[in-house]
Design a protein around this ligand. Structure first.
Ligand code: KG4
Ligand code: ZN
Length: 351
């Protein structure tokens, strides 16, 4: 973290881009002071996916109690803060608006500056919440439920997308395949647990876009292949627990193999010596193990965030905002203007 003389920066951050309501407090000197989270998974499970209107309503119901809990845990008052960070995008517009409007109200009442923060920048810097930040430049494999991309982080706030999925995100493919296997939403972690009981080699899944000469990826074919394999096993009267586990493992092996293959290409093409993994699928154990080998073969050092900071949370938003303020990229003067960008390419983020 860059050194800075003067009083520490303390950010209160709100995360409400999708189906987790998060409120966190982060201090430039002491680190993370509180990380409050309310997951809406149970609410959306009934529908098999996130219902935007319900997500927004649940954020409204939970943001204030979480904010009170965060301040109480950190034993801080609103007037001890330096600014209020909120996720300005990308995300669901109604959900984003709830966090932004709450942040604007706090800013109006306290005269604290508002720090609109990019959700994906939060993810790709989250590794720094539990260990020293790797030096720039580094390659980031971003694998979440909504996004899958290989990104070159040239400097704080300067990001270049090297390749991305042309259809489903990796987490989305895990979730859709899990749904086919009867798991409730989101299902990715359940599928990974089932895969641990599987035997390798019984089913072979394709490796989509393996030979394409770029860092782009594709996952929708894996889900279709899983559906066909499940149908075939069902018709053959062979859809027992062992078969489900073998299929889950074959799916996971294919997804992990293409992610590592394209990550190796990004490292070799760029010559970067550091690799960061970010997003919910970074919690996947098989992916974490294989990436160790990928990084080693490319002569790069692997930096893995703690699993609790891989999935959506407000700690990563507070952390990113404080890094930007410390670096002088984000203004500390009172700015109460709301910024919202439900579609916000990371490459457009201006340092
Ligand atoms: O980053 P995240 O919390 O949400 C987005 O911003 O999209 O990622 C959630 C995604 C879900 O698709 C979830 O199923 C997946 O991460 N996920 C996993 C695992 N844990 C979470 N996928 C595979 N293996 C896991 N262990
Ligand atoms: Zn996310």
């Amino acid at each position: 973290m860059p050194s800075h003389s003067g009083p520490p920066f303390r950010a209160l951050a709100l995360e409400s881009s999708c189906d987790e309501t998060g409120v966190a407090l982060f201090c430039s000197e002491k680190g993370l002071l509180s990380n409050q989270l309310h997951s809406q998974i149970q609410l959306h499970q009934h529908y098999g996916g996130v219902v935007p209107e319900h997500a927004a309503r649940a954020h409204v119901a939970h943001v204030l109690p979480l904010c009170q809990a965060a301040l109480a845990e950190a034993q801080l008052d609103l007037h001890d803060l330096s600014g209020i960070a909120y996720t300005a995008g990308p995300g669901l517009i109604g959900a984003l608006m709830t966090g932004a409007a709450f942040a604007a109200g706090l800013s109006f009442a306290t005269s604290l500056p508002l720090w609109p923060t990019h959700h994906l920048e939060g993810h790709l810097l989250a590794v720094g919440l539990s260990q020293p930040m790797p030096p720039f430049p580094f390659v980031v494999l971003l694998v979440s439920g909504g996004h899958t991309a290989l990104i070159m982080a040239h400097a704080l706030g300067v990001y270049e997308t090297l390749g991305q999925t042309l259809d489903d995100a990796a987490g989305e493919a895990f979730d859709k395949t899990a749904k086919l296997m009867g798991f409730p939403y989101p299902g990715g972690a359940d599928l990974a647990r089932l895969a641990q009981k599987g035997r390798s080699g019984r089913f072979t899944f394709p490796r989509p876009m393996w030979h394409s000469p770029n860092c782009d990826l594709s996952f929708s074919g894996l889900k279709t292949h899983a559906w066909q394999a499940l149908e075939a096993a069902g018709h053959a009267g062979d859809l027992n627990e062992d078969t489900r586990a073998d299929l889950a493992l074959a799916f996971e092996e294919a997804a992990v193999a293409v992610l590592c293959h394209k990550t190796a290409r990004a490292l070799n093409n760029s010559g970067a010596k550091h690799l960061v993994v970010a997003g919910g699928v970074a919690a996947n154990l098989a992916l974490r193990q294989h990436l160790h080998r990928t990084a080693e073969q490319a002569g790069a050092q692997l930096h893995l965030p703690e699993p609790q900071f891989c999935t959506d949370n407000a700690a990563m938003i507070a952390h990113a905002a404080v890094l930007r303020v410390q670096a002088g990229i984000q203004s500390t003067s009172a700015d109460h203007n709301l910024h919202l960008r439900p579609r916000w390419p990371l490459d457009d983020l201006k340092a």
